[in-house]
Design a protein around this ligand. Structure first.
Ligand SMILES: C=CC1=C(C)c2cc3[nH]c(cc4nc(cc5[nH]c(cc1n2)c(C)c5CCC(=O)O)C(CCC(=O)O)=C4C)c(C)c3C=C
Ligand SMILES: [Fe+2]
Ligand SMILES: [Fe+2]
Length: 328
């Protein structure tokens, strides 16, 4: 590759996270996140007064306490793991391909990283939303931001988007390998495996969002690969509307009465551990299960930047780059 040859950029994108586990930082993050009409499908004239009047006065303090419980030396786990995933892929696709990461809400912003890749000579950019299951609130929100950044440019890079990979054999194989390895290391044998996906308002399913079906397909394929049943649940209900069911917390509270005293939780919908897996499940979920009479609880790690997670991303991205890379 000559020094001035056009390059290709790969931009890993995840949801985003606050800059610090403090109420002001969480408020900034939640204001941006919960003002996105892809996330809250209520007309802004009705939603914004509720958001600014109630939610942003109450929730940041509570959420900041939750973030403080999982914050690491290198910051928010979601940011640290996404950064590590990008770092592990540097050089994986040849010298002409640059790898970077961005967050849909908070920093580093998608528009800023696209501009940086372009400034570094990338005339083609592969956007990779790290959501295995398509959801308008996550996948489309990420690509909206990329398209909005391009809409402000005179000279645009060519764009590709990594499709959802909920049924990809390589994804199922990575989940199977990571799950079996984690189960073998547990000090107990679980009576049941629960696969907890992030929840969504039930209404979005009726409106045609494929998210629920993608989650069920992933769970079915993973269950077949593992050769054992999986109980599918949905976590993180927000607000008063009906969300996808069954709810993870209600299921954890009910399982001990059904004779399940040892449980392992899987979180195949999250590419990286984050508040939802480490705090909501790993801390609160455990409390719920033990208080209901359970004896042993484990929340298995996400694919993260471990060997299976990085190899999966390498495989998925390499395939998308084919035809673009001159020397792949
Ligand atoms: C109506 C609100 C929300 C929808 C819809 C929603 C969908 C959704 N979210 C994820 C993944 C993540 N969500 C995370 C945190 C989080 N989610 C919501 C609300 C909705 N999510 C809130 C308010 C928060 C912030 C924390 C809190 O105050 O509870 C995270 C973790 C971020 C982190 O910093 O670690 C992830 C990841 C998916 C996949 C999804 C739809 C499928
Ligand atoms: Fe969420
Ligand atoms: Fe949550």
């Amino acid at each position: 590759m000559s020094i001035n040859a056009p390059r290709i950029g790969v931009l890993l994108v995840n949801l985003g996270t606050p800059d610090a586990p403090t109420a002001p930082a969480v408020r900034r993050y939640l204001r941006e996140f919960l003002s996105d009409p892809r996330v809250i499908e209520i007309p802004p004239w009705l939603w914004q007064p509720i958001l600014r009047g109630i939610i942003l006065t109450v929730r940041p303090r509570k959420s900041a306490r939750a973030y403080a419980e999982i914050w690491g030396a290198d910051g928010s786990p979601l940011a640290a793991i996404t950064r590590a995933q990008a770092a592990a892929l540097v050089g994986a696709f040849g010298p002409e391909v640059m790898v970077d990461y961005a967050m849909r809400y908070g920093q580093p912003a998608i528009g800023a990283r696209i501009a940086a890749l372009q400034a570094a000579g990338c005339d083609r950019i592969l956007i990779a939303p790290l959501y295995p299951q398509y959801c308008a609130a996550t996948t489309a929100a990420a690509t909206d931001a990329a398209y909005a950044a391009l809409a402000a440019m005179r000279v645009q890079p060519a764009l590709r988007v990594l499709p959802p990979y909920y049924a990809e054999p390589a994804y199922i194989a990575a989940l199977k390998a990571a799950t079996e390895r984690a189960l073998a290391a547990l000090p107990f044998t679980p009576d049941a495996l629960v696969a907890s996906f992030h929840g969504m308002p039930e209404r979005t399913r009726r409106l045609g969002d494929p998210y629920y079906d993608h989650c069920m397909t992933t769970a079915r394929l993973l269950s077949e690969a593992l050769g054992r049943p999986l109980t599918v649940t949905f976590q993180s209900r927000f607000g008063r509307a009906r969300w996808l069911e069954p709810a993870t917390d209600a299921t954890l509270a009910a399982l001990p009465q059904q004779g399940v005293r040892r449980v392992a939780l899987l979180t195949p919908g999250f590419a990286a551990d984050c508040l939802e897996t480490l705090e909501e499940l790993g801390i609160r979920g455990r409390e719920t299960f033990i208080a209901a009479g359970g004896s042993d609880f484990a929340c298995l790690p996400c694919l993260n930047a471990e060997a299976e997670g990085v190899e999966l991303l390498r495989h998925l991205l390499r395939r998308e780059l084919e035809g673009w890379t001159r020397a792949a």
